[in-house]
Design a protein. Structure first.
Ligand code: DER
Length: 232
């Protein structure tokens, strides 16, 4: 399908930036899965020597199944490059991530990298962040109170909407790799993403939010006709 072509060509282009000996952060999501596959092909065909730090158990399993050497972030200590997807990106390359529920490990890994390259299809490019619900990770203890406190805090933020929903996995709450909940914030439009990212993490019980501010260095945009654009 055109959307798969778009994700594939973006992923393939990103993998061209990978050099022998690199320690890589491996993102999560459908676009990142294409990246893992393209990376595994270079390992197999060229003998590329790299190690990968996954941002979710599902990425770890995919990478291992394709012959990529997987290590922990603590073993790697620091990474040369993280390649990951995004749900939205704006002109400043600020992102909303977390559609796949892996935002906590994704943000830790991306921050512990010299460079972050984001791979997307064109639909992710927005003028203002916020149309995509902003995921936050919340510990299970008192999560309903935390959720209510977050909504109250949003009342004084530069956002259009302030409702939130607990992310479900079928008829039970979605549980992250760390055993936490995800609450999605329906903000419609975020006026000041930098300020919102700081304020959200001050609410007791909120572990992390899906706003990636000043973390992404380059966005590679794939198109259904095979074209690839780069923004940095
Ligand atoms: O959960 C995430 O942060 C993913 O990277 C998400 O933002 C992009 O997933 P997709 O490539 O399947 O659209």
């Amino acid at each position: 399908s055109p959307i798969d072509t778009a994700k594939f060509v973006a992923a393939k282009r990103a993998v061209e930036f990978v050099e022998d000996g690199m320690k890589l952060g491996l993102g999560t999501g459908s676009t990142a899965a294409w990246m893992v596959r393209c990376l595994a092909e270079r390992v197999r065909d060229e003998g590329l020597k790299i190690v990968g730090v996954p941002t979710s158990t599902r990425t770890a399993e995919l990478a291992r199944s394709l012959g990529i050497k997987v290590i922990s972030l603590d073993e790697a200590k620091w990474l040369d490059l993280t390649i990951d997807g995004a749900d939205e990106f704006d002109a400043e390359l600020n992102l909303i991530k977390g559609g796949g529920g892996a935002l906590l490990q994704e943000k830790i890994v991306a921050t512990a990298s010299d460079q972050m390259i984001v791979i997307t299809d064109a639909a992710k490019e927005v003028e203002h962040l916020g149309a995509f619900p902003l995921p936050i990770e919340v510990i299970p203890f008192g999560w309903q109170t935390t959720k209510a406190l977050v909504e109250e805090t949003l009342g004084s933020m530069d956002v259009l909407g302030q409702s939130s929903t607990l992310r479900m996995n079928g008829d039970v709450p979605f549980i992250t790799d760390e055993g936490n909940h995800i609450v999605d914030l329906h903000l419609q439009r975020i006026g000041n993403a930098r300020q919102l990212a700081l304020v959200l993490n001050q609410v007791p019980g909120v572990v992390e939010n899906g706003l990636f501010i000043d973390i992404c260095d380059k966005v590679i945009i794939g198109h259904g006709d095979g074209r690839v654009q780069t923004k940095d």
